[in-house]
Design a protein around this ligand. Sequence first.
Ligand SMILES: [Fe+2]
Length: 274
Amino acid sequence: MSLNVLFLGEIVGRAGIAVLKKELRSLRHELDVDLCIANGEGTTNGFGIGAAHSVQLTKLGVDVITGGEKFYYKVDFVEFLPKCPFAIRPANYPPLSPGRPFRILERKGHRIAVVNFISSSGFSRIGASNPFVQADHLVKKLQEDAGIVLVQFHSATTAECATFAHYLDGRVACVVGTHNKVMSADATILEGGTAFISDDGRCGADMSVGGLDPDKEIYKFTTALPTRSWESWSDCQIQGVLVKVDEESGKALEITPVRRRVEVERPEVKKNDD
Ligand SMILES: [Fe+2]
């Protein structure tokens, strides 16, 4: 028997919320999903997640929200974190950082730990500790507390994500990368039974720059002028991976990319929004 875990790619803006609203319930049913994990740090206009949006994601069918370097961008979410049971910060953040470093849930009589780390590369200003060192300690503790350990790795590089997955191979059910928001073609089961993909894509506009309007990003690169990025609504998709985990061994049986086009309507743009 297996546990089916759906990892959703980063949810980017209102388009990302719209695809979840339209598709997630039926997708959960169709794929017989026991647990849904999503990177939510881009839910509010692509930059952070507000408290209300975090609650909305859980109502739409997300069980655990993970994050990365944009996790604390919205003040009301930071204030909400101490009483928020469903969102987890990277576990290798400084010890005084608000929020929980992992979450343990029960499904089909099994205890499942979900833990999130952030890479050493790319995020030097955050002050996170070495994820490899931190994982050694924490994964051992979680293995004792829960039979199944699921890892989300917020990684700026595919190389560090692959290295992290091989490092934890055989100790955790999966290492699923996020941050780049471009689904990679390297989904596989490693020799020790750990499922791996270096990036599980995004939920939101596919014909875009990481879910954002290309015109705004082109303007930034061609003028050097600061301007606000804006979400795109072009070719909206729900993306992620389905990981099947053997209930007894806690190792992965399958990892399957999920990528579906979702027809959603762009809401009317308010004056001054664009
Ligand atoms: Fe990120």
